[in-house]
Design a protein around this ligand. Sequence first.
Ligand code: UT7
Length: 333
Amino acid sequence: MIAKANGRPRVGITGLGCYVPDRVLTNEELAELVDTSDEWITTRTGIKERRIAAPEQAMSDLAEPACRAALAQAGVDPSEIDFLVLATVTPDMTFPSTAAIVADRLGMPDAAAYDLSAGCTGFVYAVAQAHAMLASGLSRKALVVGGDVLSRILDWTDRSTLVLFGDGAGAVVMEPLEDGGGFLGFELGADGGGGVHLWLPGSGSRAFEDPEHHIKMNGREVFKFATRVLVHSAEALLDECGLGVDDVDVYVPHQANVRIIDHARRKLGIPEERTVVNVDRYGNTSSGSIPLALADAEQDGRLKAGELVLMTGMGAGLTWGSALIEWTRGIAQ
Ligand code: UT7
């Protein structure tokens, strides 16, 4: 699906927050666990270190501080939130939803709350849903969370996946805006036929002869898919909105692999200095990746009011999604 956000009210991000666990796991430490090296991981992925949740930390424990930070920045009391959507593939448990747990902990008695599963694209999907709720008037103040604790579903003996992923979460408060700006459009898609290239067989109601409780990935296929959709989705959305790559001030791609990011931005024609990269410090945090990158860009002073921000995610499903937003808040305001 693809659509330009034509209507009124415009909807924007009014608060942004993130959280990563304290524990830093370096490439050198991974080289003591499996047959790999800092040199291989750095050259093939650009990742130097990632964060790993403490044994007692679950998804809700990462989401909660991220939400508190986003709410504080927006100046919104938790009780004002009427819609909470949390994108993750590693909820605390299948049910109750992690969103309901977080809403209860934060004190949101009036919020509809549920989880959304769209792999690493989850945050972009969730933002699009919140946008629809707010633009239609069904919601007045929404909280969107993206995050994962992928360390819990990694095979710690499989070097081909172990080195790629990390834990983290980000959250945004979304509200209707009085003036212009905010989201300009979305492009979202899914190709279930490619689902077997990145999956967790045995994690649901389908019976498998050989159930698997760890992430299984065909890295080369996902690489090809990623480089294709990051370019296609961004170009399609810019075109739909009557804009070009030169209009993009800040490009926030999913942080999976620096080679994928470089390929996409070169193909799109977006200069390196307009591209946000933090995969070196966090690895691939799945649904947490885009909000963590947004938060980094804001801390660096790169997100200024009036700037056009392009986000594109891709991941399990296989799914992809882009969102274009004219930034309306930030440290420059
Ligand atoms: O959100 C989406 C999540 N997934 C992704 O974004 C993953 C997309 N794919 C990728 O990023 C890349 O395909 C990888 C980083 C996973 C792999 O890089 P590659 O350049 O495609 O390597 P490869 O799979 O072609 O493997 C090259 C070699 C193989 O050895 P042989 O067969 O050539 O002897 C692998 O066994 O590298 C080996 N290898 C490793 N060696 C050292 C695979 N993983 C490792 C490792 N350390 N960690």
